[in-house]
Design a protein. Structure first.
Length: 322
């Protein structure tokens, strides 16, 4: 009889206390660590048949030191925190959870865009500081109010989230341009078009990144692409921070090459105090929360349980390194 020991290395952000681990607990002996430092991972993972990680890195050397490990379940859609090829070489399937956060992330992208267009929070703060009560007019605005209808939304990557963002952009009356690395069918709505990366950055009023981080596309949003953007355009990233060359983006914002950036992900998380984007003008920064609606986290937990149950039956699903 196989051991049924399951270890979660970093369970706190998935479940800070508001959704139970019950679906996973039903499948075997579960140990949940809220967070694990690199020095703690080996000891905690020792003896586990099934390992769960969200953002705790697992490299080839660590996998070599875990002879009991048979399955890795990633508590996320993106799986760039671990060496999936090394896991495959060792006969360890890795499953992720696709699709759980599609609506949450797409809705958050629109929140980022609308905050850039309207500055809702800043206007609220100015009212509370007395700007309205002490002003001569019945109305004022701190920045130009921007209407999305008729503008162009550029989307890089056209999987589940990119497709949903495109639908929402269309609902706001935007023209949608998409760069899809692999051929995809065109959606039902118009105006819509597929485009090159260059065209996306040249023509879009908003560019939103929805591609996974791979060995080939790190920092592809660099000075060359940023310099092609319209002066008032907005760059949005809810995918992975390392897709963007951050010093190049900080410089582009400082020089007014684009109108702003709204970033929910950065190359190093938590953000480092010396990240140049903290000082860049027009840069909205949020702490990697686009995925984190309660409804999305419940779906993530339930699909993780299905992934583990499928592995235990000998037919793993959502395998990313098959």
């Amino acid at each position: 009889m196989h051991n049924s020991r399951m270890v979660v290395l970093d369970g706190f952000v998935l479940n800070p206390g508001d959704i139970p681990w019950t679906p996973v607990q039903a499948l075997g002996e579960l140990v949940v660590h809220e967070r694990s430092t690199p020095a703690q991972v080996l000891e905690r993972a020792q003896g586990a048949r099934i390992l769960m990680t969200n953002k705790t890195p697992l490299d080839a050397a660590l996998l070599d030191a875990l002879p009991d490990l048979e399955f890795i379940s990633v508590l996320a859609t993106g799986y760039d925190v671990l060496d999936v090829a090394a896991a495959r070489e060792r006969g360890v399937p890795v499953s992720n959870v696709p699709g759980y956060g599609t609506n949450a992330v797409a809705q958050f992208v629109m929140a980022q865009i609308l905050e850039h267009c309207h500055g809702v929070a800043g206007h609220d703060a100015s009212v509370r500081e007395g700007r309205w009560s002490q002003g001569p007019d019945w109305c004022y605005w701190l920045k130009p109010q921007v209407e999305l209808a008729g503008m162009t939304m550029g989307i890089v990557g056209f999987g589940g989230i990119g497709s949903r963002v495109a639908e929402l952009a269309h609902a706001f009356g935007m023209r949608v341009l998409v760069h899809a690395p692999r051929p995809k069918p065109a959606p039902w709505y118009k105006p819509f078009g597929f485009a090159t990366l260059q065209e996306i950055f040249e023509e879009s009023d908003v560019v939103s990144l929805h591609c996974p981080l791979t060995a080939d596309n790190g920092q592809f949003v660099n000075w060359e692409l940023l310099s092609k953007m319209k002066p008032g355009a907005l760059l949005v990233n809810t995918a992975r921070g390392a897709l963007i060359n951050e010093p190049d983006l900080a410089r582009a914002l400082n020089e007014g090459l684009l109108g702003g950036a709204a970033l929910d992900v950065l190359s190093s998380e938590p953000v480092r105090d010396d990240n140049p984007l903290l000082q860049a003008p027009g840069c909205l920064l949020t702490p990697h929360i686009a995925w984190a609606s309660q409804a999305a986290r419940v779906r993530l937990m339930e699909q993780t349980a299905r992934n583990i149950a499928a592995f235990l039956k000998g037919a793993p699903i959502n395998v990313v390194n098959g």
